[in-house]
Design a protein around this ligand. Structure first.
Ligand SMILES: NC(=O)c1ccc[n+]([C@@H]2O[C@H](COP(=O)([O-])OP(=O)(O)OC[C@H]3O[C@@H](n4cnc5c(N)ncnc54)[C@H](OP(=O)(O)O)[C@@H]3O)[C@@H](O)[C@H]2O)c1
Length: 279
């Protein structure tokens, strides 16, 4: 049987490129995105070039908790296990806006949905001998401004960094907080020439080139090779930037208070707690 991977935000950019590379390596791909047309285009490519696998498309608005929960509950009913989960969907907004749930839209897609996916799909991931979760993020900088999430006064960069800090705390502590051996890894692809960068002004695009920007295909190849060659134990709680292993930042290593604050906020906002009954 082929290995299965669910990739959020795989209708475009890094997620799409990774989906195609993993299909090449024999994985069945579950594509997840918002835009149906883009999703159907990716599904068509996968089915045309890699027809032996079972590829599927799911259109879900990850900024809406109700929709996320409905999707996850249906997914758990339908599938018995999942080998790899790639939490990639994220937005780099031009200005901070609120989601329908009344929270920074970037945080709802880039952190809240990831928290719910991590918890609810853990029971499928524990059924697999691979059981890996990859969080695609930028640098782990700054802190989460809980008091402003529902009325942001911070800039868009802070908005994106907060997601990375949230993911980093889950990645470093997942085995302990979930009491399972599902491994979580933090992957910073570096600057990648996706819509995120293309939609920025000329100065940001120029600086991106200076910072060694790569194309999505290259980012997808690097990530897919890593996933396909590294074991669950090697991946657990690891941080990578541009394919290189990084030291875990001390604020994450010593972040028990930060973790407590994050889990309390996440539980109260989503009304969902880590479910230890599945193991
Ligand atoms: N590009 C970079 O330089 C860079 C650097 C570091 C980290 N990252 C991170 O890498 C990840 C992917 O970024 P990218 O540059 O590849 O972005 P992208 O090309 O803009 O693709 C974003 C993906 O996320 C999906 N998405 C956005 N909002 C969604 C929502 N509400 N519900 C469901 N899906 C949604 C999009 O779906 P639709 O197409 O269907 O709308 C698309 O598939 C992000 O988390 C980003 O923060 C990117």
């Amino acid at each position: 049987m082929s290995k299965s991977v669910l990739i959020t935000g795989s209708t475009d950019g890094i997620g799409k490129a990774t989906a195609i590379e993993l299909a090449k390596k024999g994985y069945s791909i579950h594509v997840l995105g918002l835009n149906k047309e883009r999703g159907e285009h990716v599904l068509k490519i996968l089915k045309q070039h890699y027809p032996k696998r079972k590829h599927e498309l799911f259109c879900v608005d990850l900024s809406k908790m109700k929709e996320v929960n409905l999707f996850l509950d249906a997914y758990i009913q339908r599938f018995k296990s999942l080998d790899v989960l790639i939490l990639n969907a994220g937005i780099f907004p031009k200005k901070t806006t609120l989601s329908d749930d009344g929270i920074d839209m970037s945080f709802s897609v880039g952190y809240i949905s990831r928290y719910l996916f991590s918890i609810k799909l853990n029971k499928l991931l524990v059924q697999s001998p691979i059981g890996e979760v990859v969080h695609i993020n930028g640098s782990v900088i700054g802190e989460i401004k809980y008091s402003q999430l529902q009325a942001p006064k911070y800039n868009t960069m802070t908005s994106v960094w907060q997601n990375s800090v949230g993911s980093a705390l889950l990645v470093h502590n997942w085995n302990q907080i979930s009491n399972s051996n599902v491994s979580h890894m933090h992957w910073n692809p570096g600057v990648v020439n996706t819509q995120t960068v293309k939609s920025q002004g000329a100065i940001v695009r120029y600086l991106s080139k200076l910072m060694g920007m790569i194309e999505p295909e290259q980012a997808g190849q690097m990530l897919a090779s890593h996933i396909d060659s590294v074991s669950q134990q090697e991946m657990a709680s690891k941080f990578y930037s541009k394919g290189k292993l990084q030291k875990t930042k001390s604020k994450i290593l010593k972040g028990q208070d930060l973790l407590k604050e994050l889990l309390e906020f996440s539980k109260s906002f989503t009304q969902t707690d880590i479910d230890l009954s599945n193991h």
